[in-house]
Design a binder for this molecule. Structure first.
Ligand code: NAD
Ligand code: MG
Length: 396
């Protein structure tokens, strides 16, 4: 097989860095065509010097200017802005696109990759939460290959029959599947006294017990909004209904999710909590490559425990599941509200439990319309952000 050319959206982030680590271990199979990031020039410069992509794209001109200066004399073209991000992932030389920008900012470049029939490795769950049906219709229409990187969805994908993976309109019951079991650790506040959650600090919220991740997803894991977004993500990826998905708390994060079959079998995928496993799976699918991940040592593993989620502790999870049942306008709105609320929490403007209040209030007030294009999705996203910011003001 010829060397596959990879474009990475969000290369300087947690998933981006892990992706480059896997590529470096498999340099005979993959090469970096383009790197895309926000404003972190320092990390981007190092990545460019090591991986020598053809293009590096930064979010704003100021960062690009600095990077251009740093890379003077190299052949790397430095570009700026969303259109450039869309152009590099659509380039005819690109085989694989890793979608790992955080939040709604990932939507347009990811959609471009889909529209150009790329093999798309989806870490940016927010883009699918926002545009669900439209996104999946485009995957079908353009014959793109969509591989889930979110560890739970990657685990479910690995636990499904190959015929399900390759079917254009698979139904769970046609394949003898009873349920999808979506596992989550419960985050850092699984056992904390609920009465004290309002006092949670930023430092406590971003300290996940098992996974090392970006700040936004770490807060989402603490509120379990992350599991809510993943619930919506699973509905679209596996073509099923909310009733087909059950959230299971598994604090050890060794089982990454499971599929329950009608004959009583449960197939699970297990491994270290290290995102290089799903990333390597996506890059090399349907083959397997070295990811640099230590194998599980079963003589060292003690307990495996499972419980039901407590919606009183995790109201954001209940809210997202409710939005999933309402439809796409609601899921787009809750995703946008949550981005604004989490940013305000990280800026220490609001408390931890206020994140739910903002999200619930936006869902309560926003108009639920039919979203039939990406423009409609962006308009709904914008409306929810404006509303969330207005609600934040009233909380000051
Ligand atoms: P992160 O904050 O570490 O990295 C985000 C990346 O996006 C950075 O490279 C940043 O520069 C870039 N970025 C931010 N805004 C941008 C913009 N407007 N334009 C271009 N680039 C921009 O986040 P992460 O933890 O790597 O997560 C990335 C995505 O993957 C998220 O959607 C997250 O939900 C998902 N995900 C992450 C993990 C994980 O373990 N980190 C696991 C599952 C899913
Ligand atoms: Mg996940």
């Amino acid at each position: 097989m010829s060397i596959q050319q990879v474009a990475i959206l969000g290369s300087t982030g947690s998933i981006g860095v892990s992706t480059l680590d896997v590529i470096a271990r498999n340099a005979d199979k993959f090469s970096v065509f383009a790197l895309v990031a926000g404003r972190n020039v320092e990390v981007m410069r190092k990545q460019c010097l090591t991986f020598k992509p053809k293009f590096a794209v930064m979010q704003c001109e100021q960062a690009a200017k600095q990077l251009r200066g740093d890379l003077a004399g190299s052949e790397i073209q430095v570009l700026t802005g969303v259109q450039a991000m869309q152009d590099v992932v659509s380039h005819s030389d690109v085989d694989i696109v890793m979608s790992a920008i955080v939040g709604a900012a990932g939507l347009l470049p990811t959609i471009s990759a889909v529209e150009h029939s790329k093999k798309v490795l989806l870490a940016n769950k927010e883009s699918l939460v926002m545009s669900g049906q439209i996104f999946m219709d485009k995957v079908k229409q353009h014959g793109a290959t969509l591989l889930p990187i979110d560890s739970e969805h990657n685990a479910i994908y690995q636990s499904l029959p190959t015929a399900f993976q390759q079917h254009s309109d698979p139904k769970l019951n046609q394949f003898g599947i009873r349920k999808i079991l979506l596992t989550g650790s419960g985050g850092p506040f699984l056992t904390r006294n609920i009465e004290t959650l309002a006092d949670v600090t930023v430092e406590e919220a971003v300290a996940h017990p098992n996974w090392s991740m970006g700040q936004k997803i770490s807060v989402d894991s603490a509120t379990m909004m992350n599991k809510g977004l993943e619930f919506i993500e699973a509905k679209w990826l596996f073509n099923c209904d909310a009733d087909d998905i059950e959230v299971v708390i598994h604090p050890q994060s060794m089982i990454h999710s499971m599929v329950q079959y009608q004959d009583g079998s449960v197939i699970a995928q297990m491994g270290q909590p290290d995102m290089r496993t799903p990333i390597a799976y996506g890059l090399s699918y349907p083959e397997r490559i070295d990811a640099g991940v230590e194998p599980l040592d079963f003589s060292q593993i003690c307990d495996f425990t499972f419980t039901k989620p407590d919606y009183h502790r995790y109201p954001n999870l209940a809210l997202a599941i409710e939005a999933c049942k309402t439809g796409q306008a609601a899921t787009t709105a809750v995703n946008a509200a949550n981005e604004i609320a989490v940013a305000a929490f990280l800026n220490k403007q609001i408390g931890f439990t206020d994140i739910y209040k903002v999200n619930a209030e936006v869902l309560n007030r926003i108009a639920i319309t039919n979203l039939s294009s990406i423009d409609d999705v962006l308009a709904q996203d914008n409306e929810a952000r404006v509303l969330a910011k207005h609600i934040l003001k009233t909380m000051e």
